[in-house]
Design a protein around this ligand. Structure first.
Ligand code: ADP
Ligand code: ELE
Length: 338
């Protein structure tokens, strides 16, 4: 039977501001606003598939913060562990790519309510009560020293309660480079608590200070084995393998490694990409969904691939797809459903 207890997510939720279509940020005189943030995206993806989720975050005590909480509640996420405090809300600007022009993200999140909150102010006991899992990402500890300490405290609080932790690498160079950070040390502490890691050979290289020279699936397997050896709690590593033809067309495969072996799906070609931000988060939601439903790593790779592929068709950061959408994708066929 599926576990109905909530999965908790700790991370910053922001407003994402982007130009319509393929305009440049400073060319447009219209902006589109979406609610974004890696952990909230995974929470939304899972809530849309009917799983119980709880967001732990801090937003500004103003109408923008209230709008974020309302939006997450509307998506079916439990917002009882969201605190609203005086200060500013984090923003980020996205200039979507087109053709051979890559997408660009500009963060405007320094000194947000979330970034500046004292690490000791979070109430992990209340926030984690009754949860089956805590999901974290490498973005939260990259924001600054307060959130790095808070992420470690969250993982420790989960560990002390026997709550498993999943961790998405989500390396964000621009955040780590903005302060006197030590990503290797912080990420090593966090991943030490995790049973599931969303990440690839690049994440493992950063953690272990070692490069993996092979190619394709072999390199991913070698990195996974090195990570399993270094992190005794780790049981499953999931990653996407993406070949970027241009901003509008990618080929994506899903891979899952366990201590027993690896499984990689064939590539799917995704053309006419509408919005690729949040595709990694949709993958994480799809994998967690597959694991919750069947516990089978291969099934999890397939549902991860399906959800990430579908996400590329949807504007905004989060996957809003239902079980019916997943079933229709897996059933193939592009005729109008009527
Ligand atoms: N410089 C880096 N150092 C360590 N890991 C990285 C680096 N760049 C990317 N990664 C990792 O590679 C993985 C895949 O990233 P990416 O190709 O952006 O896929 P997605 O957008 O689907 O998450 C992520 O887990 C990320 O943490
Ligand atoms: O960068 C951040 O801090 C964010 O949280 C913004 C976005 O929501 C995620 O970056 C999306 O992540 P991907 O699924 O890897 O595309």
């Amino acid at each position: 039977m599926t576990d109905t207890r909530p999965i908790a997510f700790f991370g910053e939720v922001m407003l994402r501001i982007s130009p319509p279509g393929r305009e440049l940020l400073l060319q447009t005189n219209h902006f589109q606003v979406h609610v974004g943030g890696a952990e909230a995206n995974v929470a939304t993806g899972l809530a849309s598939l009917g799983h119980a989720t709880r967001m732990i975050t801090a937003v500004a005590d103003n109408p923008m913060g209230a709008a974020i909480t309302r939006e997450l509640r509307g998506r079916g996420v439990d917002t009882s562990a969201i605190v609203a405090e005086a200060g500013r809300l984090g923003l980020y600007f996205l200039q979507p790519g087109a053709g051979l022009r890559a997408s660009e993200v500009i963060y405007d999140r320094a000194h947000s309510v979330f970034a500046d909150r004292a690490p000791t102010a979070w109430d992990w006991h209340a926030a984690l009560a009754g949860c089956q899992r805590l999901h974290l990402s490498g973005i939260t500890p990259a924001i600054g020293p307060n959130t790095a300490a808070a992420a470690i405290a969250a993982a420790e609080a989960a560990g002390a309660r026997g709550i498993p932790v999943s961790f998405d690498g989500n390396y964000r160079a621009r955040l780590w480079e903005a302060w006197d950070s030590d990503p290797k040390s912080v990420l090593t502490q966090l991943i030490g608590h995790a049973d599931i890691l969303f990440g690839n050979h690049r994440d493992v290289s950063l953690l272990l200070g070692k490069t993996f020279s092979g190619d394709g699936p072999d390199r991913r397997r070698e990195a996974a084995e090195a990570a399993f050896a270094a992190f005794p709690k780790l049981q499953l590593i999931a990653s996407t393998a993406r070949h970027v033809d241009d901003a509008d067309s990618h080929r994506v495969a899903a891979r899952v490694d366990t201590r027993r072996g690896g499984f990689q799906t064939p590539d799917v070609r995704i053309s006419g990409i509408v919005d690729r931000l949040g595709a990694g988060d949709a993958f994480a939601a799809g994998v967690l969904h597959g694991l919750l439903e069947s516990g089978d790593p291969e099934a999890a790779a397939h549902s991860g691939l399906a959800l990430t592929a579908l996400k590329h068709s949807l504007p905004g950061d989060a996957s809003l797809f239902t079980r019916a959408d997943l079933a229709a994708f897996e059933g193939g066929g592009m005729d109008v459903r009527r």
